[in-house]
Design a protein around this ligand. Sequence first.
Ligand SMILES: *Cc1c(COP(=O)(O)O)cnc(C)c1O
Length: 469
Amino acid sequence: MVTSSQPAVPASTPLQPGQAYEVHQDFTSPNRNLTPVGTCLDGQGRLQVGGCTLSHLAHTYGTPLYVLDEATLRATCRAYREALSQHYPARSLALFASKANSSLAITALVASEGLGLDAVSAGELLTALEGGMPAERIVFHGNNKSIEELDLATERGVTVVADNWRDLELLAELSPNFQAPIPLMLRFTPGIECHTHEYIRTGHLDSKFGFDPDQLEPVLQHLSGCRWARLTGLHAHIGSQIFELQPHRDLAAVMADALALARSLGHPVTDLNVGGGLGIRYVASDDPPSIQEWVRGVAEAVTQACQDRDLELPRLLCEPGRSLVATAGVTLYTVGSRKQIPGIRTYLSVDGGMSDNPRPITYQSQYTAVLADHPSAEPTDTVTVAGKHCESGDVLLKDVALPPANSGDVMAVFATGAYNASMSSNYNRIPRPAAVLVHDGLAELVQRREQPEELLRYDVLPARLHSIT
Ligand SMILES: *Cc1c(COP(=O)(O)O)cnc(C)c1O
């Protein structure tokens, strides 16, 4: 297992071909690694992921390139599934929070591992359905769902998570179309604080998500009169990139109280959905709990809280996003210009940036990078890796140690599988990168690279402006 006292990525250790790159890789809980499982060196000392040499991928598919390792994604799915069945005595299901990285290929992989999925827009919902996720394993979230989105979700048999009174009004409007009562869950704000970035905390009371705890009883009473809905579960989500176990333990008690209330009001609620939030390792000093530890903590707390209240155990649902896909992803860039400001810093620019990874500029997130063909070279330079966008803040890694890099070198940034592609933009009219899935030496394109011409597709030039000179 990786611990924070050991450098997770060796700086200058000579490694043998095929030897694991990260010295203490944790194969059972990839969220604790910096690199995808099985990351190693090829015969020429170049970094390999999923049996594919990264610089080869860069040359074949171009850069920036999102690389997704199938074995890592399957390992995290399995870790959730197995830990749930080991530590929770009743039924359970992990749902992939698809906002972390929504694509047909990821959906298909997650579905094949038996997980479910959470979606928050028509786009995510369609991706899930087209990717082969069974509707009965999908839940539909969102604090401002449109009637069209609700129509799509209910028509396809997806469980709707009501976030507020307006959701219920819109559903009531649609209810004449329902063949049978629709499965419905209620999201409420549990009022739990946790230490993470302010923008990604959602469980405290000042949150746009979910019913206020005061509203829980009125809404449960209201639902008793709604023949079109079948209340199947309760949901809460407290935040993201969380390294502590205690907030989720506290959440279990709050949710068990809500479950007791719902059942006492005559709702045969079967599902308790505790949301996601488990953190991952982005830099060597990060030390998240393993998936097993997190699931065990949640499962034991829910079991205990239900026993304390004499409640029949509900089905336990959780919604991991980041911890399911982040470590499976590596982004490849090509190094371009270098600007040395004596006594200040050296900027190394790459051919992507905040459009393919907006996390550093949004959350001051840190990452780990290496040179793909010299992963074990001595990191003798201190550089700031900048993107190519017209923002001074477009910096992917600030003041990091790297071996001397030349233009044309391929740089690999680890743990970019979550909240990168899904948060990408076309800022500066830069096309989105391609994505490839790697597995056992095979690389397959799963997202085509956007072309600059395609970015004009949605522009409309009014006729009267055609000839303006
Ligand atoms: C974002 C989100 C998740 C996933 O959070 P992670 O930190 O990526 O695990 C799960 N459920 C809901 C409702 C969310 O908004």
